[in-house]
Design a protein around this ligand. Structure first.
Ligand code: C2E
Ligand code: CA
Ligand code: CA
Length: 723
């Protein structure tokens, strides 16, 4: 390479060394060439010449052979050894031809015979200069070409896409480096091999005519999806390991033709670009999975369930088959979640899903459609008994407790079954009817299964319908508060009334709070409903107080959602002040579960109410995860023993009586009032009296009644059954 750039003007950027022992000659030569050559050095002796040559490089030397201190040929040898790029023009007065030949052998570029004509000198030098310039330009071009080729190679190899060419027979002629990252091959391994090496076995037919595309333009292959196999897949197929070694790619390819003056000529092969889209595919798959599955349990979600149900229905219709839809709802899941925390709740759901799966056959679809609700599709049943069998199998399997982080948890399930086509011939109806049947199972004591019947339909049309109707029930004033007396021991005097909400439904009649309070809690409607109950109960309490009847306590049920409300205390006190002066004569009933949800929050809120004279009663005592420690923390006045224990009382010592006796003794120790709920018989009453209960509530004394009837009871006294 030449360091000096050579310009196209007269004066080139060439460096010239003139070696000439005759000063006059030297000077005239120098002047003559100055207009063509940019930089000129001169030496009068060989010594000077060597000194200059040692210091810098020249493009051209004009050399006199005969020097006082040396021979021109020696200098030429030196130049050839140290400056091979430097051209030498020999100018000599030597007439011998040998001298000229010797000079040319030593690499002289030209030979000038002294004395020479100035024109001759100029012509020779210009000749060299032009040649040097051409060489230089050429070198530049070669360099540029090399660089641009490198540049293209770099671009091609830096591409994340595999770029390949095939010959006309489908053998690789070129592959960029990306092939290694994408499929694990080095380019060299594939050159000369058939393209089918890369195609997964079951894709050969699809790949045909695409990977070795012959078409061009619009009709060529563009973004064609294909499975290729990685190099290591060859091994995995030998070991019969399920292969995750396939790579999803998008292929674009086209035919290459030798251009001719007439247009497209001979087919040369294929040029193609292969883009690895596995990551994108994976992401798509994940998103699709998430859209159709419940992430906690990995089960299909409601959307996928409906989809499968729809497909199964079409199939069953066509073949005249029967199938079953089961609605499963875990009993008391809320209690677990509220008392043991969401993490335990989540683990329980996962374990539950696992166990349910174990009860199913291939082809059945189990789906989690929300909280603790599951749906099950049994697409192939012959009779209703088949569905009953599976339901029973599930219930039996749940007799074994779950062990979640050291907690032994029993998970009962209520199951509703709807049969296709008898109970509905569309998706929505079938699900709705299974839901209704499930509620019926819950009503009938839980942990059981029930089939849908048309009778059920009349009494109940499912939770969704209830939720919708409940929204309007408040405005339409369909709610009413009933009152049930709480009776003091011995005197049979009414000590208090429990306010119990009822829903006068326009078509279904009186709906039990058991059927709508849980739904109201879930949907948040409990807040306005409870506020309404409070208002009604406070108004009634005031009425009774003002009508000079003996003072009684008004017991109002509160739900967890209500207490958790940040303004609960303010709202409560506001309501009290609106209807009566303070909280005296008002008792609130809360369950253990409600308290456990947020112990500290509940304690501080309830203390504030207690300061206003409100009494606090623990409802359904004994059914939750009792922790006696909270009894000390809270300003509690009353414990209500759950009616399930009372129901079990027979007068003999049994499980129920031991519990009741235990609770009564404990309450006495803590100086708490004890209310026995659900007293229905004389026998129960007598037994409870021996245990030292002080207050009773139950059908034995009175069912919950409308306000007017309750006023009657307060004025006239109870009409007790005579034994
Ligand atoms: P609870 O607080 O345990 O109310 C007692 C339930 O036992 C009432 O059912 C009552 O009618 C019933 N009962 C009373 N004596 C007997 C008896 O001798 N035998 C039998 N088998 N049952 C008896 P009800 O009125 O259907 O209320 C059910 C539940 O609904 C209540 O249980 C309470 O948890 C909830 N609830 C009722 N009203 C309200 C309310 O205004 N707000 C809130 N948050 N919950 C309410
Ligand atoms: Ca109650
Ligand atoms: Ca109760």
């Amino acid at each position: 390479m030449h360091g000096n750039a050579v310009s196209g003007t007269n004066q080139s950027l060439i460096s010239l060394l003139i070696v000439e022992d005759e000063p006059r000659y030297l000077e005239s030569t120098r002047l003559l060439l100055a207009q063509y050559v940019h930089s000129i050095d001169s030496a009068l002796t060989a010594t000077q010449a060597y000194a200059l040559l040692a210091e810098r490089r020249y493009d051209l030397a004009l050399l006199d052979l005969r020097l006082p201190d040396g021979n021109g040929h020696e200098i030429m040898a030196y130049i050839r050894a140290h400056h091979p790029d430097c051209r030498v023009i020999v100018a000599s007065g030597d007439s011998q031809i040998e001298s000229a030949i010797q000079s040319l052998r030593l690499g002289a570029y030209d030979y000038l015979r002294k004395p020479y004509e100035p024109e001759e000198l100029i012509k020779t030098v210009r000749n060299v200069v032009r040649k040097l310039q051409l060489e230089h330009d050429n070198a530049c071009m070669v360099h540029q070409l090399e660089q641009s080729e490198q540049w293209h190679r770099l671009l091609v190899n830096a591409s994340p896409d595999v770029i390949y060419t095939l010959d006309a027979d489908g053998r690789f002629t070129y592959l960029n480096d990306s092939i290694e990252g994408t499929l694990g091959y080095m380019p060299g391994e594939l050159i000369g091999r058939d393209y089918t090496t890369l195609i997964a076995a079951d894709q050969l037919e699809i790949a045909l005519y695409h990977f070795n595309e012959r078409r061009t333009g619009e009709r060529a292959t563009r973004n064609f999806e294909l499975l290729l196999r990685r190099k290591d897949d060859l091994l995995s197929s030998l070991t019969e390991r399920v292969s995750d070694q396939r790579v999803v790619v998008e292929l674009s390819s086209m035919g290459m033709y030798r251009p001719t003056s007439l247009g497209m000529g001979e087919f040369l092969g294929t040029y193609g670009v292969v883009r690895d889209i596995s990551a994108r595919k994976q992401a798509e798959a994940t998103i699709t999975f998430q859209a159709y599955h419940d992430l906690l349990t990995g089960l299909p979600n409601r959307a996928l369930f409906k989809d499968r149900l729809g497909q199964a229905m079409v199939h069953a219709k066509r073949h005249g088959q029967t199938m079953a839809t089961l609605f499963l709802d875990m009993d008391r899941f809320k209690v677990v979640n509220d008392t043991l925390g969401h993490l335990v709740g989540d683990s329980l759901l996962q374990a539950l899903a696992q166990r349910l799966r174990g009860c199913l056959r291939e082809g059945d679809t189990l789906s989690r459609i929300g909280g603790d609700e599951f749906m099950l599709l049994l697409p192939h049943i012959r009779t209703r008994d088949n569905a009953a069998y599976i339901a029973q199998k599930i219930i039996t399997s749940l007799k074994q407790p779950f062990n979640i982080e050291g907690n032994e948890i029993y998970a009962g399930m209520s199951i509703g079954i709807a049969i296709f086509p008898d109970d509905g011939d569309n998706i929505e109806l079938l699900i709705k009817h299974a839901d209704i049947a499930m509620y019926h199972a819950k009503d009938q004591g839980r942990n059981d299964y029930k089939f849908f019947t048309q009778d059920l339909h009349k009494s109940f049309t499912g939770r969704l319908a209830i939720e919708n109707e409940m929204r309007h029930a408040l405005e339409k004033q369909e709610f009413e508060v009933f009152y049930q007396p709480q009776v003091a021991f011995g005197s049979q005097r009414i000590r208090g009334m429990e306010a119990l909400i009822r829903w006068n439904h326009p078509t279904r009649g009186l709906v039990s709070p058991n059927d709508f309070i849980p739904i109201a809690e879930e949907s948040g409607l409990i807040t306005p409903i409870s506020e309404w109950v409070m208002g009604a109960a406070c108004r009634q309490a005031k009425l009774w107080r003002d009508s000079a009847l003996p003072p009684i306590t008004m017991a109002i049920n509160l739900s967890a959602r209500q207490i958790e409300h940040p303004q609960f205390v303010e709202k409560f006190l506001h309501c009290l002040h609106k209807h009566m002066a303070d909280g005296t004569g008002i008792e609130i009933e809360i369950t253990e579960t409600t308290l456990m949800r947020d112990m500290d929050g509940a304690v501080s809120k309830l203390r504030k109410l207690a300061e206003m004279g409100v009494e606090i009663s623990i409802d359904d005592f004994g059914t939750g995860y009792s922790s006696l420690s909270y009894l000390k923390k809270l300003p509690i006045n009353t414990i209500k023993i759950d009616r399930s224990f009372i129901h079990d009382l027979t007068g003999h010592m049994n499980n129920g009586s031991t519990i009741v006796a235990g609770i009564a003794a404990m309450a006495k120790g803590l100086k708490l009032k004890v209310v026995a709920e659900g007293v229905e018989t004389r026998e129960q009453l007598d037994y409870l009296q021996t245990l030292g209960c002080d207050t009773y509530q139950g059908y034995f004394f009175s069912r919950p009644v409308q306000a007017a009837a309750a006023t009657e009871l307060l004025t006239r006294g109870l009409a007790l059954p005579i034994d």
